[in-house]
Design a protein around this ligand. Structure first.
Ligand code: KE4
Length: 429
């Protein structure tokens, strides 16, 4: 594939931005080689600045469940921009989006719109600490909740990819109130809560993990989190930044029937724009300024253009209910991977739910951070590049989720299946 234009841009970008990127996972460091620079996205395709075309399974790391530049979203955003781009004052649009979020997530009795998933989780934890008057936070190894200081402790996603799960620059004092436990380990969690539960302000979890690659909760796990946080009056926070509107309109909490005290949303809810949300029980959310003593604010929070994109996206998801079809397409891809891997005698574990999945290059089930880390990341890197050469773009890291959108049509999926068969054969050599 030609790549001189991407290479030239990458040269320039590296002089200006750390690693030449505005978010680490985009730098291809985990898989080697240089990132391509995107010229355009449309439907399930990306084109780079050298004219190469890719079937996109990154989907901007989750937001684009409707694919790139969905015509109805683009039209709505164009119209919104003509009415101005930001007012710093309340609008009807924010009321409409908040109502739609609440319809999908009844546990979010009151909510606030913010600009990123990190802001959502950071704010939710501050609110939980303000509401309970406690300091400790429990998180799980391999889960990534954004880059707020106290959450960058054994974090997943790029933090794991680059082997810096505990980031530099996070003072001891900050991290010491963060307790990190193994995901899916009910015994360790119960033991910890029995010991310090009364000091725990919040337990935050990805109810379906996406940031160590996809890892599903074991049946008893989420139940234990709910029971212990109820018993010790800690706030249970579901970080549904990936799973919200992805695995179902009502997210993982609607699939597993567990009602958290607070929920964080991002990605899909912003329709491809910087918009996220946090919320939960009214009694808790009433502690947020200007109602209560917990301060949280944002110049562009509830931005009318971003809200328009989010609102239109949720309207389309409600109208079309694409979830069964998305699951069918995703299972089709997963089956192709497992058949091709068997054919090539390459050991893989595929964790898939709804339209998110991860291909782990390991011969044992992946149920937590340590089993995910046993994966052969070199093999993943070779798989990634073999697919890329054939015009299929998977996440440039073993510890991320791949996504299918409503725009992935039969033509794109069969090209992808071809590429997967080719890539697996290349691995077997
Ligand atoms: P942002 O601040 O990146 O919008 O959201 C942080 C966040 C919070 N919670 C979960 C479950 C998340 O997955 C994320 C962000 N996800 C990563 C990829 N897994 C974003 C990609 C990136 O860092 O560039």
């Amino acid at each position: 594939m030609r790549n001189e234009n991407s290479r030239a841009l990458f040269e320039r970008a590296q002089k200006l931005m750390p690693g030449g990127v505005n978010s680490p996972v985009r730098a291809f460091r985990a898989v080697g080689g240089n990132p391509f620079f995107v010229a355009k996205g449309e439907g399930c395709y990306l084109w780079d600045v050298d004219g190469n075309k890719y079937v996109d399974f990154v989907c901007s790391w989750g937001p684009l469940i409707l694919g790139h530049a969905h015509p109805e979203v683009v039209a709505a955003v164009k119209e919104a921009v003509e009415r101005g781009t930001t007012y710093g004052a309340p609008t009807k649009l924010e009321v409409l989006l908040a109502e739609k979020i609440q319809q999908a997530f009844p546990s979010m009795e009151m909510l606030r719109l913010v600009n990123s998933g990190t802001e959502a989780t950071m704010s939710a934890i501050r609110v939980a600490r303000g509401y309970t008057g406690r300091k400790k936070v429990v998180k799980f190894e391999g889960c990534y909740h954004g880059h707020a200081d106290y959450l960058l402790v054994k974090a997943g996603s790029g933090a794991t990819t680059f082997g810096i799960p505990d980031s530099a620059g996070v003072p001891e004092g900050t991290a010491q109130d963060t307790i990190v436990l193994p995901y899916n380990d009910v015994h360790a969690f119960n033991e910890t809560m029995d010991a310090v539960g009364e000091e725990v302000a919040a337990v935050i979890v990805e109810p379906i993990a996406g940031n160590m690659g996809v890892v599903l909760p074991e049946p008893e796990f989420l139940k234990a989190l709910r029971e212990q946080t109820e018993k010790h009056k800690s706030v249970l926070i579901f970080d549904e930044v990936i799973t919200g509107f992805r695995v179902a309109l009502g997210g993982a909490q609607s699939l597993y029937g567990i009602c958290p005290d607070m929920t964080c949303l991002g990605k899909i809810v912003g329709g491809g724009f910087p918009l996220a949300a946090y919320g939960g029980r009214k009694e808790i959310m009433q502690s947020v300024a200007p109602l209560g003593p917990v301060y949280q604010a944002g110049t562009l929070s509830g931005n009318p253009v971003a809200v328009t994109a989010g609102l239109k996206t949720l309207e389309i998801l409600e109208r079309d209910n694409p979830y069964p079809e998305l699951e069918r397409k995703t299972r089709q891809i997963a089956k192709t991977v497992s058949d091709a891997a068997k054919e090539a005698s390459v050991p893989v574990q595929i964790n898939q739910i709804a339209s998110m999945f991860t291909v782990f290059f390991t011969d044992r089930p992946v149920t937590d951070y340590s089993s995910a880390k046993r994966s052969d990341t070199q093999r993943y890197a070779r798989f990634f590049h073999a697919l890329l050469e054939r015009g299929v773009y998977f996440p440039p890291s073993q510890f991320e989720a791949a996504f299918v959108s409503t725009a992935h049509d039969d033509e794109a999926l069969s090209a992808t299946q071809e590429a997967i068969r080719f890539a697996m054969k290349a691995l077997a050599l």
